[in-house]
Design a protein around this ligand. Structure first.
Ligand SMILES: [Mn+2]
Length: 225
């Protein structure tokens, strides 16, 4: 039997090792839900650049472990870069995109030394999530393809062609991946970008969904420092 629809869904943007902002954001979500059922959808990019990727992974895995039906964890392109570093033996691309901060948070010098459990968890992450009203993916979607035939490359990496598109997908696309300047999410008729650049001095955003409305009914934001 499918799990009952929760009263609220919270979609949380790119975290990038900002553990303190994540804890604040989770508290804001709990306070907003005020004891009512809620689902958490993490948009990916848990690691890299910020101060404590290891604790971010630990916190999110713990949430998922305790409530697997109501915690949805998407893969980001940074998780893919880490996995590629391990699989190819060449970490240069990952390291040039903030991977060193992740290694430091684990106290290791080589991606091969990362804990097997955390690496397996990253491999297990889903690429998208469709709740019937919204389609969640880290970077967005290829506007020329149906939602059920999206390539991994688009879901994890796409930018301009998706950002420019005014296509009606039949779902509101919820995404991150491209950091925004003004610490405010970008709201368009067909998509909402919630990467408010936490790790660059912005905020971590949680979009709130409730009732029958397709669009977010609120945004909660928290800062790292
Ligand atoms: Mn990102």
């Amino acid at each position: 039997m499918a799990a009952m629809e929760p009263a609220f869904t919270f979609a949380i943007g790119d975290i990038h090792g900002c553990h303190r902002a994540l804890l604040q954001s989770l508290k804001q979500c709990r306070d907003y839900a005020n004891g009512q059922s809620h689902r958490l959808v993490f948009i990916g990019d848990y690691i890299d650049r910020g101060p404590d990727s290891r604790s971010v992974i630990e916190a999110i895995r713990s949430l998922e472990h305790h409530d697997p039906d109501f915690v949805i964890c998407l893969m980001g392109n940074h998780e893919e870069m880490l996995l590629d570093a391990i699989d190819t033996g060449d970490p240069s691309h990952w390291l040039s995109n903030g991977g060193a901060a992740t290694l430091a948070s684990y106290g290791v010098r080589d991606p091969q030394e990362l804990p097997a459990g955390d690496v397996a968890w990253m491999r297990s992450l889903r690429l998208s999530y469709d709740d019937g009203k919204r389609f969640f993916a880290h970077a967005g979607v290829d506007p020329d393809l149906p939602l059920d035939r999206q390539p991994k490359e688009a879901l994890l990496w796409i930018r301009d062609r998706f950002h420019r598109s005014q296509a009606d997908y039949g779902r509101l696309i919820m995404h991150g991946h491209t950091p925004l300047d003004h610490a405010r999410p970008e709201i368009r008729p067909n998509r909402v970008n919630i990467d408010t650049a936490c790790v660059y001095g912005g905020v971590l955003t949680a979009a709130v969904f409730a009732d029958e409305a397709v669009a977010p009914v609120a945004f909660l934001s928290s800062r790292e420092w």
